[in-house]
Design a protein around this ligand. Structure first.
Ligand SMILES: [Zn+2]
Ligand SMILES: [Zn+2]
Length: 294
């Protein structure tokens, strides 16, 4: 009990509620639930209060994200620990990858440098990443899911550390002010404000409701909303200019704070419908691409 934070408990309850409500997405919740819970636990434990970076307000307002201004990854980010936590959770959620994750965890315990491995991969092409997976001795998909998970943990730390500082500054772009990723979800809150959600660091930021976060055009003629029958709060914003879409959920009036990752997973059926129409997500993440690879 002492090991479990109340935020994590809330997530456990939320996952089981959503699983019951949306049995057709059971597979996704089973796969990614353990990974999200592990990340939550790791972030709660690892947060060192008071650690902040100097942000240049002029550069920031001009759209230069935090990780482009300062170092996004630090030596003391406890990479080995993050690697072991990620490998364990992926193995539990995705049984097909479990053997690779056991093997990788053993290599990490044996001294494989997680920080060097992840940073090198972040700067490598897909081909190089695939080659590195082969050198380590695991499947490409295992390595990619692992790298993404560790990256999400470390960037999640940055976002938590910087949230207060960034809230005072003005950000006008459709990509994340912390890590530069495009959003995977938009949440509509009080007064109709649209909050974009980052799939990597979990930062959220306000953005004009009718502007496309990807190509920034705001012509209503080329903008659409796609709904599933009977669910008026759940929709996909679509842009005819760049042919991207953004899953959107109206949470105005809902006082419960549900994790954006869980909301995004709970709307993954919409991803399929929109992708069948030839549109692409603004960013690829496990829950809007993995299901298509099954
Ligand atoms: Zn981000
Ligand atoms: Zn667009």
């Amino acid at each position: 009990m002492s090991d479990i934070t109340s935020r994590e408990e809330e997530m456990v309850e939320e996952i089981s509620r959503l699983q019951g409500e949306r049995p057709y997405l059971d597979n996704l919740f089973r796969s990614f639930g353990p990974i999200l819970l592990q990340r939550q636990r790791w972030l709660q434990k690892r947060l060192k209060p008071g650690k902040t970076f100097q942000v240049d307000p002029v550069k920031y307002t001009a759209g230069i994200a935090l990780v482009q201004q300062c170092q996004g990854f630090l030596d003391d980010d406890r990479w080995q620990d993050a690697g072991l936590a990620a490998a364990g959770a992926i193995g539990r959620g995705l049984p097909d990858l479990a053997m690779d994750m056991d093997y990788l965890a053993n290599r990490i315990r044996g001294g494989l440098d997680c920080q060097a491995m992840c940073l090198a991969a972040a700067e490598s092409s897909e081909v190089d990443v695939n080659q590195r997976a082969a050198e380590i001795g695991i499947k490409e998909v295992s390595f990619v899911v692992f790298l993404r998970s560790v990256e999400r943990m470390i960037l999640g730390l940055r976002a938590m550390e910087m949230a207060e500082e960034l809230a005072k500054l003005n950000w006008q772009k459709g990509y994340c002010p912390v890590c530069g990723s495009f959003p995977h979800l938009a949440v509509i809150r009080e007064k109709g404000q649209r909050w974009l959600q980052c799939p990597k660091c979990s930062h959220e930021w306000k953005f004009p409701r009718m502007t496309c976060p990807y190509c920034e055009h705001e012509d209503p003629e080329n903008t659409g909303f796609l709904f599933v029958e009977g669910k008026k709060e759940e929709m996909a914003y679509t842009c005819d200019k760049c042919r991207k879409y953004l899953i959107t959920i109206d949470q105005s009036g809902n006082l419960r704070h549900i994790s954006a990752d869980l909301l995004a997973i709970s709307l993954a059926h919409l991803d399929i419908v929109v992708q069948e129409q030839g549109l692409e997500p603004m960013v690829q993440c496990e829950w809007n691409t993995y299901q298509n690879q099954q």
